[in-house]
Design a binder for this molecule. Structure first.
Ligand code: ADP
Length: 578
């Protein structure tokens, strides 16, 4: 894991080295300043004021040069150090996003989008903070702690021994407090993610919220999680306050000891007054990095945890992968065959749930339109999802023109299958971009033709911006029927030989249903089509009806045949349409 972390420094090595050099220079300047002061004060006593005046100009020039150097180095550390961290973060974010989109459906089934988001945003921020502050703080810290300790020893040994003792107490307290604070911080993070998911939930389901006039109920739920967040924040600040106060007490004790013990040593002639002043200046150089490094352990731990989670995703092998030597699918006719298929979803990787497809066998002839009907939860959508290999069958096989879908490349397989989902997803962008989704090379003429065939061209061309109209987030500027037809135009442009259509149940009014239906009929012509059918008109129009119940095909035939048989379909028909 550490090695992988180091690889992200690659390409930033020049920044890393310069950052470190600059950080050490800053520490060196900080260490030098009290020494100069000490020299000056010492000179004042031994040589007298005139001698001081003689060298003051040199000291002034020296100090200006020193602080100019410190300024440049500090600027570098702040600016380029952060840029280095940000660049590493950006590379990690790209890698993580690529790893996300590579994953199969099972991964997204078990992941929460809020969690995936926070890995991409806050985890990586912590990592980047640690990536550049870590080495820099540690180096500055070590140089300052060791340097000032050695200098303190040369000034006065007994005083430094007392100081070291209190410093040990400080470290011990810090370690103890950090452990306690971590629990508070963790709780705080849990609470904030609670607030976020409440928000996500309410915004995502705003139609339902409004539809049920449940605004107050939502506000109430939100208030509860917001209150919990506030409480945990209050606890966090209390812990922080105690911590800071305790540190202040120890620093006060330190100063008191130094002044009292120092005064005693001066009175006994064992220490110069100027040395005591210098000593006091070095104390903060000695203690500040200690607390800084200890404070930083929190960020550091978060970063380690974050990087571990990052590696988890990067190392997760997508469940669906091309077999070695997989060849592109060649569709000659478009015949589909499901052969004794069994399938169960997974609760967790490797942990199968109960089977939802139990020995399903189905032959679909080239160019035929099959309506899948049956009770909800019977397995219609799952049957369709297995064809483009969104999931792999556990037993049995699915073939297209005799080629097992697991033996062909995923790309060619998915290119051969057009999907029209019930829940149409439009991407933020223009109508043209949405129609050409997945076909970035499509010409304007091709896009127009696809729109015409999907019955949407007239509407689009009547808009002031035409095909360049922005659809809004998830297509919020368009009606359900318009979105559906844009999705159909997308498939026209892709022109696949096989089609899966998940029919919208009730989202469309009669008029748009008519328009969508016409464009679908046009689309289905000459293509092998599976429709998860909810409307009688669709069912009757299909070449054949297949009833799926309990993960099996229980009946198959035309509408009239199945009605005459008086089986499951007839019952379903009675319940839904008669
Ligand atoms: P239908 O389309 O006939 O309504 P589905 O194929 O959607 O049926 O569902 C079949 C069964 O599989 C149901 O019991 C459903 O709860 C379950 N199921 C569907 N999708 C998932 C999923 N992504 N993860 C786990 N179980 C699922």
């Amino acid at each position: 894991m550490f090695k992988r972390f180091l690889t992200y420094y690659k390409g930033q090595l020049h920044l890393f080295v310069t950052d470190i050099v600059a950080a050490v220079t800053v520490a060196a300047v900080d260490l030098a300043f009290p020494q100069i002061l000490r020299g000056l004060a010492g000179g004042l006593f031994t040589e007298g004021p005139d001698a001081i005046l003689g060298v003051l100009a040199y000291i002034a020039v020296g100090l200006v040069a020193m602080y100019a150097l410190r300024f440049v180095c500090r600027y570098f550390v702040i600016y380029w150090g952060h840029v280095m961290g940000a660049r590493m973060e950006s590379r990690m974010r790209e890698d993580l996003f690529d790893a996300y989109v590579r994953q199969s459906f099972s991964f997204f089934d078990r992941s929460r989008s809020g969690d995936l988001m926070s890995r991409l945003v806050s985890d990586l921020f912590d990592i980047s903070e640690a990536a550049h502050h870590g080495p820099e703080f540690l180096l500055i810290g070590i140089v300052e702690i060791v340097g000032s300790f050695v200098i303190l020893l040369t000034i006065n040994v007994p005083l430094t021994a007392a100081l070291a003792l209190i410093a040990c107490l400080l470290v011990a307290y810090n370690v103890w407090a950090n452990v306690r604070m971590r629990a508070v911080y963790t709780e705080n993070r849990v609470r904030i993610s609670g607030v976020n998911s409440r928000l996500e939930d309410a915004l995502g389901g705003m139609r339902v919220v409004k539809g049920f006039a449940a605004e107050e109920q939502e506000s109430e739920k939100f208030r509860a999680s917001n209150d919990a967040y506030l409480e945990s924040k209050t606890r966090m600040y209390r812990a922080m306050g105690r911590y800071q106060a305790a540190i202040a007490v120890m620093m006060g004790a330190l100063n008191t000891v130094v002044v009292v013990l120092g005064g005693w040593l001066i009175a006994r002639g064992q220490m110069e007054a100027a040395d005591l002043a210098t000593y006091a200046l070095y104390i903060s150089l000695f203690t500040a990095p200690i607390t800084q490094i200890l404070d930083f352990t929190e960020t550091f731990q978060k970063a380690i945890a974050g990087f571990r989670r990052f590696c988890e995703v990067l190392d997760e092998q997508p469940q669906i992968q091309d077999r070695p030597g997989a060849r592109p699918l060649r569709v000659s006719e478009g015949a589909i065959r499901y052969e004794d298929v069994h399938f169960a979803y997974e609760d967790a990787p490797g942990e199968k749930d109960d089977e939802v497809i139990r020995g399903l066998t189905l032959d679909i002839r080239p160019g035929e339109t099959i309506a899948l009907v049956g009770p909800s939860g019977g397995g219609k959508s799952t049957t369709c999802a297995l064809l483009p290999r969104f999931y792999d069958v556990d037993a049995g096989s699915i073939t297209i023109d005799g080629q097992d879908v697991r033996d062909v490349t995923q790309k060619s397989l998915r290119e051969a299958i057009g999907l029209v989902q019930q829940d149409v997803y439009l991407f933020d962008g223009t109508i043209a971009e949405n129609i050409a989704y997945g076909c970035p090379d499509a010409t304007a003429a091709e896009i127009r033709l696809a729109a015409r065939r999907a019955n949407i061209a007239e509407f689009v061309e009547s808009l002031p911006d035409g095909y360049e109209t922005q659809v809004g987030e998830r297509g919020s500027h368009l009606s359900g029927g318009q979105k559906q037809r844009i999705a159909i135009a997308r498939v026209f442009l892709k022109n696949p030989p096989i089609l899966i259509f998940d029919e919208a149940t009730s989202a469309l009014d009669n008029e748009s249903e008519q328009a969508v239906q016409e464009s679908l009929d046009e689309l289905a012509r000459g293509r092998t089509t599976l429709v998860i059918a909810h409307r009688l008109s669709t069912i009757r129009r299909a070449d054949e009806i297949v009833t799926i119940e309990g993960g099996r095909v229980v009946e198959r035939g035309t509408h009239e045949e199945l009605l005459a048989r008086g089986g499951t379909y007839a019952r379903y028909y009675q319940m839904q349409f008669a």
